[in-house]
Design a protein around this ligand. Structure first.
Ligand SMILES: NC(=O)c1ccc[n+]([C@@H]2O[C@H](COP(=O)([O-])OP(=O)(O)OC[C@H]3O[C@@H](n4cnc5c(N)ncnc54)[C@H](O)[C@@H]3O)[C@@H](O)[C@H]2O)c1
Length: 328
């Protein structure tokens, strides 16, 4: 069975649906989530759900006792960069201590494969664009640091216990599929917030800085569709089961869009310009983050199929009928 920690969250729930669509029996999937941010209602029918916390080792042990878990996809984490600067302990505790509880339990139960939700935030402000996996790891916030530390912990569990891992360093996950979507509370991601600025009379999107060294002055990010991300997890699991070595892969489209370009695409898709205002830069926002995903393409055989219009239109389709997802 496959254990999805944090599997009731945005990317986890999409991955659960994708695995089922690709032929994995729902009864072979166990989702373990404390529901601080997840939604049990977003899960596909027939998967096992355990309300549990990775900070509580007994709860993880109990999941491994009930189910014969052979591999883990580890999504559970806190993921708000800004909050991590206010409260680093919260991030180090959940993302590192919680993750360590998971690794130790996996070791005790002889579970050898883990796919980990890492992030381009491990690179901080990169020296080269597009970013390859050889870029220096130098996070600029506790969130990115917590992910970089966990990657190092996994290396030692591999070295000492032969527990192999794939670390997927996601760029900006976005879009919607399977009748579910992005419903973070609070929401901090550009696309849902820009859609909020279309559908809500009293919300104005903040564009943080228009004086960056980019063609239109706004920051450029690599938006990867959540279903393409889900596919990367399936391919990573297969890679591990094929006996291949532990490794890290960037998961992005290798294309970037500026904030202003996203606003224009939203206008085209929704037929209305999101209300926005230019605010001052946020500390620590790199001007450009674009993946070089050649390694994932060559080694995992992963290729993103969806483009930025698919991302925005799928997000809009979901949000316009699920307004609670953006009206927080
Ligand atoms: N969304 C992105 O663009 C993005 C980019 C890079 C990396 N990531 C990483 O991907 C993963 C999933 O992100 P997401 O956007 O789906 O976030 P999310 O908040 O929707 O999902 C995380 C899930 O983990 C659960 N969780 C948190 N702490 C837990 C704990 N102690 N025990 C059990 N469950 C716990 C939450 O309830 C939530 O359901 C995270 O690890 C995040 O750091 C996300």
């Amino acid at each position: 069975m496959i254990l999805l920690t944090g599997g009731a969250g945005y990317i986890g729930a999409h991955t659960a649906h994708y695995l089922v669509k690709e032929g994995i029996m729902p009864s072979d999937i166990v989702v373990f989530d404390n529901l601080v941010y997840g939604h049990e209602s977003h899960l596909p029918k027939g998967v096992f759900f355990i309300k549990g916390d990775i900070l509580n080792r007994d709860e993880i042990i109990s999941a491994f006792k009930i189910h014969k878990i052979s591999s883990v996809i580890h999504f559970a984490a806190y993921a708000y960069v800004g909050e991590s600067m206010q409260n680093p302990y919260k991030y180090f505790h959940n993302n590192i201590t919680g993750g360590l509880n998971l690794l130790e339990t996996m070791k005790d139960f002889g579970c050898k494969y883990i796919v980990f939700s890492s992030t381009c935030a491990v690179y901080g402000i990169p020296n080269h664009i597009p970013i390859t996996e050889n870029e220096t790891i130098k996070p600029i916030n506790p969130y990115g640091e917590s992910k970089a530390v966990f990657e190092r912990l996994m290396r030692w569990y591999d070295e000492i216990y032969g527990m192999r891992f794939v670390s997927l360093r996601y760029f900006n996950a976005s879009g919607a599929d399977f009748g579910i979507g992005e419903a973070h509370d609070p929401e901090t991601h550009l696309i849902p917030l820009a859609i909020r600025a279309v559908v809500s009379e009293d919300y104005t999107l903040n564009v943080f800085g228009d004086d960056y060294d980019t063609p239109d002055g706004t920051c450029i990010r690599d938006y990867v569709h959540v279903t393409d991300l889900a596919d990367a997890h399936m391919k990573a699991l297969q890679y591990l089961k094929d006996g291949r070595p532990s490794d890290c892969f960037n998961i992005g489209t290798s294309r970037g869009n500026s904030v202003k370009e996203i606003i224009d695409i939203i206008k085209d898709v929704c037929g209305k310009t999101p209300k926005y205002k230019i605010s001052k830069r946020r500390e620590g926002d790199p001007p450009r983050l674009i993946a070089d995903s050649k390694k994932a393409q060559e080694i995992l055989g992963w290729l993103p199929k969806k483009n930025i219009f698919d991302v925005v239109s799928s997000a809009y389709e979901w949000h316009k009928t699920n307004l609670e997802g953006v009206m927080r």
